[in-house]
Design a protein around this ligand. Structure first.
Ligand SMILES: [Zn+2]
Length: 324
């Protein structure tokens, strides 16, 4: 199973989000079948920058921004989880429709659509999105385990910068800060969700929430809960600064750099999922050997059938992993 989460640039309108009193709280991502929280099971994950980078800034500048984003999540002092950076590889976008155990960071320059042409294109207002592959198997001890997570940056509709200057040749594209964008996306990669609800989980006919299968009578029943068990606010509500100041807040303004650093809410989130005292002490790459054959089948899936095939793929991976 996979889930895509995007950050959207909000060019105007944040001024309307007046501070309101509310407790600070973070939100975790969950499985689709039984709403179990997602997490990596080892002590680390390896990231691979796509070697094509972006034409907007130098590869050294991108590398530095990736390093700084990673360092931010690695430096909380209360989380055991460590993000590591592997050398860049070419062709990351060709592998993002399946969990191959390579967590790519890719600037999408030619198209802002999934590599699978049968799927609709992404929202052009999204600066970036992260696709998380995880085991979606209620009752299984590995249920909720993240296998693979890929970050795509929208270089079709946005130009990227590291210092606030507009890249030459970027025309009228909205300019986004790489480190700001990546720090937010890495939060998703680690298992965190947005701090306000923007309508991705409607209550469907049959009385089940679309994205997590909870029983529902209205959409309110499908709104995620924070770590205190409280329903998170709708993004259209008057939002507290705890919600809007978080790196995991859904929206960013052009040239925003506020998400480069974590709020206390984000720190509480990463340390709630991966507290130092519970370090499993095992840092290795996820074994997804045997994925290629199944992935070829998933790639040929017709619309509507792709999900089942992908779930079958994840199940197959699970078996393969246990054999390893
Ligand atoms: Zn996001």
């Amino acid at each position: 199973m996979r889930r895509r989460l995007a950050v959207t640039v909000l060019v105007a309108g944040l001024g309307a989000l007046v501070a309101a009193a509310s407790a600070r709280a973070y939100v975790r991502s969950h499985t689709s079948k039984d709403n179990s929280p997602l997490a990596w099971r080892g002590s680390c994950a390896y990231l691979i920058p796509d070697s094509a980078y972006t034409p907007d800034v130098s590869s050294d500048e991108v590398s530095a921004a990736i390093h700084d984003s990673v360092s931010t999540w690695n430096s909380t002092g209360c989380s055991y989880f460590t993000l590591k950076i592997d050398p860049p590889e070419a062709g990351g976008d060709a592998t993002m429709e399946r969990p191959v155990g390579k967590n790519f960071i890719v600037f999408r320059r030619d198209s802002w659509c999934p590599p699978d042409p049968t799927e609709p294109c992404y929202d052009s207002s999204a600066t970036a999105l992260t696709t998380v592959f995880y085991i979606d198997k209620p009752g299984d001890p590995h249920n909720g385990q993240i296998l693979d997570s890929d970050v795509e940056l929208n270089n079709v509709d946005f130009a990227f910068t590291v210092d606030g200057t507009r890249p030459p040749g970027s025309g009228s594209k909205t300019v986004a800060d790489i480190q700001n964008t990546l720090t937010h996306e890495l939060g998703h990669l680690l298992g965190l969700d947005h701090t306000c609800y923007d309508g991705w989980n409607p209550c469907e006919a049959g009385g089940r929430c679309k994205a997590n299968n909870l029983a529902c009578q209205t959409e309110d029943d499908c709104i995620p809960l924070d770590d205190h068990g409280q329903r998170i606010p709708r993004c259209s509500d008057v939002l507290s600064t705890e919600v809007t100041d978080a790196t995991m807040f859904n929206y960013a303004q052009a040239l925003d750099t506020s998400k480069r650093s974590l709020s206390q809410d984000d720190v509480d989130g990463i340390c709630g999922i991966y507290p130092v005292a519970q370090d499993p002490g095992s840092c290795s790459r996820v074994d997804t050997s045997g994925a290629d054959g199944c992935a070829a089948s998933a790639g040929r899936a017709t619309p509507g059938g792709g999900l089942l095939l992908l779930l079958a793929l994840v199940a197959a991976l699970f078996v393969a992993r246990r054999r390893a």
